[in-house]
Design a protein around this ligand. Structure first.
Ligand SMILES: CC(C)(COP(=O)(O)OP(=O)(O)OC[C@H]1O[C@@H](n2cnc3c(N)ncnc32)[C@H](O)[C@@H]1OP(=O)(O)O)[C@@H](O)C(=O)NCCC(=O)NCCS
Length: 320
């Protein structure tokens, strides 16, 4: 059946993304996020994800932009992700047009949505930031390691590890539910804006978001099962276009203990060591107070390349 556009504005027509648009979407994604782009891996699953819309903007049949939104928090919040504009059309306001269209499309489809959340890896500057409330700024450590150096890296980290603390893996669903739905969790872990950010996607740990959280296939570590003061998450490594093809491995740390943050890094890396092949780019997201200690911990390792010295993840909000 022929597809119908869902609207038009300023010379652009808008369409719901289809599986067959994949190549065109990849065609406008060259070097997006410097090759650490998650969209090639997620595109198809986004198209079938409940409460998500993926919108394409075209002109004369040619794809020029993409934006996506996932409605969460029982319909109160939309998390927008994936924004990109075809390189030849950048600087002409297209990003503003597709975002405004997506906002109004989401308002129409989900009239209860009041708030828009997004994360950014680049500070857009004071003028653009003025349109948002900055809910948090998290620090990022990014490291690239070849598979053949991975075990050596892990051993070097282990040597520098404080033997005292322990972390346990949360794999029982009921335990996980109880822990996540504890209303004191946010303040105890200093969750950014009250949310857990998994692989750049902020989600409040509330009942209606549990499925969306679990869709990331996360591995959860905590310092204790009752009232934890530290929690960390990794999602399985996935392929990215970086440098002709690499893997991306994301670890999100919540809590402020330096010793537990170091142990969490080692524990998460250990859990994926059998899956590492080619080159893996490891991204660790954390409370800013942890960055210096974590950077020193990872500094000067043989065969490990630091991608950015200091890097921040901004968590932004604005009314829809
Ligand atoms: C960042 C990018 C989407 C900007 O697109 P663009 O069409 O060239 O942006 P323009 O400066 O012409 O558009 C200006 C409008 O877009 C908004 N905008 C620009 N960059 C933005 C960003 N990173 N996030 C959100 N909005 C952005 C501006 O606020 C402005 O909005 P307004 O019209 O409401 O005032 C584009 O350069 C791109 O695709 N880059 C690679 C992918 C990327 O970095 N995506 C963003 C992070 S997910």
């Amino acid at each position: 059946m022929e597809q119908r556009s869902i609207g038009d504005c300023d010379g652009l027509t808008f369409w719901l993304a289809q599986p067959e648009d994949y190549d065109a979407v990849m065609g406008i994604s060259d070097n997006v996020h410097r090759g650490y782009d998650y969209l090639p891996h997620r595109y198809h699953s986004w198209l079938t994800e409940p409460n998500r819309v993926v919108i394409l903007a075209k002109t004369e049949g040619k794809l020029v932009a993409l934006e996506s939104g996932l409605v969460v928090d029982e319909g109160h919040t939309v998390v927008v992700e994936g924004l990109r504009v075809c390189p030849s059309e950048r600087g002409k306001g297209v990003a503003g047009i597709i975002q405004r269209f997506t906002d109004q499309y989401i308002r129409q489809l989900y009239p209860t949505v009041r708030v828009k959340w997004l994360t950014r890896g680049e500070d857009p500057g004071p003028e653009k930031l003025a349109k948002f409330t900055v809910l948090d700024r998290r620090a990022i450590i990014s490291l690239c390691v070849k598979a053949e150096n991975f075990d050596g890296f892990l051993s070097d980290l282990k040597v520098k590890l404080d033997p005292e603390p322990r972390l346990m893996c949360l794999d029982e669903e009921e335990q996980l539910r109880g822990l996540l739905l504890d209303s004191a969790l946010g303040s105890r872990l200093q969750l950014p804006g009250g949310a857990m950010i998994i692989d750049w996607q902020p989600l409040k740990p509330i009942e209606s978001n549990l499925k969306a959280l679990q869709r990331h296939n996360p591995t959860w570590l905590v310092d204790r099962l009752m009232s934890p003061t530290f929690l960390s998450i990794h999602t399985p490594p996935y392929p990215i276009p970086y440098n002709g093809g690499a893997f991306r491995f994301n670890i999100d740390l919540f809590g402020t203990s330096q010793a537990l943050a170091r142990l969490a890094l080692v524990s998460h890396l250990e859990r994926v060591r059998d899956k590492i092949q080619g080159v893996v780019c490891i991204f660790v997201y954390m409370h800013r107070s942890l960055w210096k200690g974590m950077f020193e911990y990872c500094e000067g390792m043989t065969g490990v390349q630091s991608v950015n010295l200091y890097w921040e993840q901004l968590f932004l909000e604005r009314p829809l």
